[in-house]
Design a protein around this ligand. Structure first.
Ligand code: BJW
Ligand code: ZN
Length: 252
C-alpha cells in the first residue's frame, strides 16, 4: 500500500517530473554503475574509461567498451518501470522525463521528448568537427568485453568518432540542463527513480524541486531521504514499485 498523501500529490499534480538513473534499466539487464556486486565500476575503472583523457590515450579500448555496452542495450528490452513512466504521461497534464541514462529504453517504451543529461550511446560524434554520422552506425559485431575496436572515421573530416556520452569534466548537451532545472523549478511532484544521486549537476534535480515547493518521491531498493516534509521513499525495485504507484493512483 502506498501512503495516501503520495497518491493525492500525484493525482493533483499539474506538472510531474520523472528523474531517472541507471536503476530504472537494471531490470532490463543493463548494469548500474555503483551497485556493490553488479555495478559496472566494480569491474572497470571509471577514470580509465569515462573521461576524454582516457579516450585520447586509449581510443580503441574506450570505443570497444562503449560498443560492447551499446550491443547490450540493443539486445535489451524496456521493463515494467519504463512502461509505467510512459503510461504516467497519459494521466497527468504535463510530464517531463529527465534521464541520466545513455540507453534508449525510455523511448522504446513510448516516452517522448526525453531529456538525456548524460548523452546517448546511440549518437556518436566526431571529436574534430562535432558532427554525427548521417546514418546510425550498424549494430556492433558482438564485441567481447574488453576487446579493442578502432573508432570509425568521421565522414566529413579526418577526425574519429567518439561516444556521444557526457564524461566527467564535460558539460551537458546544450540546453538539456537548463530545461531539466526549469522543469524541477516548476513541477508539483518529482519522482526520482534508481539513482544514487552522487553525480552533479544532475543530482541537484530533487533538491531544486523540493526547494521550489514540490513533493519528492524516491523509488529505489536503497532510498535516501534528506527532508522531514514533502520527501518520501518507496523502497523496492522500480519494475515493481512504479506499476503499483500507477495502479493505486490512477487505477491503470
Ligand atoms: C535500482 C534498482 C532497481 C538498483 N530499481 N533502483 C559537485 C560536487 C562534487 C563533484 C562535482 C560537482 N559538480 C561537478 C562535479 C564533478 C563531477 C561529479 O559529479 N563527480 C562526483 C561523482 C564526485 N561531474 C561532472 O564531471 C559532470 N560535468 C561537470 O560538472 O562539468 C562541469 C563543466 C562546467 C563547465 C564546462 C565544462 C564542464 C559530468 C558528469 C558526467 C557523468 N557521466 C556518467 C558516465 C556517462 C557515460 C557512460 O555511461 O559511461 O554518467 S558517470 C555515471 O554516473 C553515468 C550516470 O548517468 C551517472 C549517475 O549514476 P546513476 O544513474 O545514479 O547510477 P548509480 O549506479 O550510481 O546508481 C544506481 C542506483 O540504482 C542505486 O541507487 C541503486 O540502489 C539503484 N537501483 N537496482 C530502482 N531495480
Ligand atoms: Zn568530423
Amino acid at each position: 500500500m502506498i501512503p495516501s498523501s503520495q497518491l493525492a500529490a500525484l493525482r493533483t499534480a499539474r506538472h510531474l517530473v520523472v528523474f531517472t538513473g541507471a536503476g530504472v534499466s537494471a531490470e532490463s539487464g543493463i548494469p548500474t554503475f555503483r551497485d556493490s556486486l553488479t555495478g559496472l565500476w566494480q569491474r572497470f575503472d571509471a577514470a580509465s574509461l569515462a573521461t576524454l583523457e582516457a579516450y585520447q590515450q586509449h581510443p580503441a579500448l574506450v570505443w570497444g567498451w562503449y560498443e560492447w555496452r551499446r550491443m547490450h542495450v540493443l539486445q535489451a528490452q524496456p521493463n515494467a518501470a519504463h512502461q509505467a513512466i510512459a503510461e504516467l504521461a497519459r494521466h497527468v497534464p504535463r510530464l517531463t522525463l529527465v534521464t541520466q541514462n545513455v540507453d534508449d529504453l525510455h523511448e522504446r517504451a513510448g516516452s517522448e521528448d526525453v531529456i538525456h543529461l548524460h548523452g546517448s550511446l546511440h549518437h556518436p560524434r566526431c571529436v574534430v568537427c562535432g558532427r554525427e554520422p548521417s546514418k546510425p552506425l550498424p549494430p556492433p559485431d558482438e564485441p567481447a568485453e574488453g576487446r579493442r575496436l578502432e573508432p570509425p572515421k568521421c565522414e566529413y573530416c579526418d577526425g574519429r568518432l567518439r561516444p556521444g556520452v557526457v564524461w566527467f569534466g564535460e558539460s551537458m548537451p546544450a540546453g538539456a540542463l537548463d530545461e531539466a532545472f526549469a522543469a524541477a523549478r516548476h513541477c508539483d511532484v518529482l519522482i526520482s527513480v534508481g539513482t544514487s544521486g552522487v553525480v552533479y549537476p544532475a543530482a541537484e534535480m530533487p533538491e531544486r524541486a523540493w526547494r521550489a515547493g514540490a513533493t519528492i518521491i524516491h523509488v529505489n531498493p536503497q532510498p535516501s531521504v534528506t527532508h522531514d516534509e514533502r520527501e518520501y521513499a518507496l523502497s523496492g525495485p522500480a519494475g515493481l514499485v512504479l506499476p503499483r504507484l500507477l495502479q493505486e493512483a490512477f487505477g491503470s
